[in-house]
Write a protein that binds this ligand. Structure first.
Ligand SMILES: N[C@@H](CCC(=O)N[C@@H](CS)C(=O)NCC(=O)O)C(=O)O
Length: 114
């Protein structure tokens, strides 16, 4: 069971949660490279949280690599693009990206009170 599946066994609740999560990650883009260990850490977190978002390998997409450098400021991966109305955030640092994703899921599916 992935972390985002929570403890509810109610299939209707699970589907609603999946829909909320899909909406929450809409527009997010993870810039990465295949061989990058920091990117792998983020990839594992995505998997364990059950999140699916757009991912771009800048090693095979030179245009995306240029966009990352021009708009984000650095050609460093991983980087999470977070759209925000007119502006946008380019979140570098794997640990910050992981914390952001965990917080997103926790907001959608708070752990049950003990
Ligand atoms: N502290 C960063 C390290 C990221 C990093 O070193 N990425 C390498 C690939 S494994 C990179 O993009 N290097 C290019 C650069 O630093 O300009 C993190 O945890 O995300």
């Amino acid at each position: 069971m992935s972390e985002s599946e929570g403890s509810s066994a109610d299939p209707g609740e699970q589907r609603r949660l999946q829909r909320r999560l899909a909406k929450a990650v809409e527009g997010l883009v993870l810039y990465e490279r295949k061989w990058c260990p920091f990117c792998m850490r983020v990839g594992l977190t995505l998997r364990s949280l059950g999140l699916e978002l757009e991912r771009i390998d800048i090693g095979t997409d030179p245009e995306a690599a240029q966009r990352l450098e021009r708009e984000g400021g650095k050609r460093m991966v991983p980087c999470l693009y977070i759209p925000d109305g007119e502006s946008a955030q380019w979140l570098y640092e794997s640990s910050d990206i992981i914390a952001y994703l965990r917080a997103l899921v926790e907001e959608m599916a708070p752990p049950p009170e003990s």
